[in-house]
Design a protein around this ligand. Sequence first.
Ligand code: FE2
Length: 147
Amino acid sequence: MPTTSDTVSTVLQSTLVDLIDLSLVGKQAHWNVHGPNFRSVHLELDDLVADVRLAYDTVAERLAQLGIAPDGRAQTIADTSQVSDIGPGQLGADKVVRLLAERVDAVSQRIKDSLTSVEDDLPTQDHLIAIAQTLDKRAWFLRSQQK
Ligand SMILES: [Fe+2]
């Protein structure tokens, strides 16, 4: 089993939490979007959620490979996520696109900011780079639907 630093495990755990919460926010928005462009935004959000779910599975399994128990419990997500809530109720499509693009960008930026701190574990760094690339693509897809 490869050795790992506290920094690598901390970065992976915080990324796991943010990605799980981003997937929950994505589903909340998928269900509550309404108005013009409903269908395209509704479908786009499920594509986002599918990518984010794959990403957090990769992160959790990297933790497991390093001998660290990933913590994806609801209480842990509620206590430690850095993803901002989007609030309850229906949301217009334009607002959904803006809110989600901001949150996808923020998670991607936190991942990019962490990359130099995990350079002693290149497989972890490589996973995180790939996830940031995917998030940037998703943010672009979302933003391109704005008026
Ligand atoms: Fe659905």
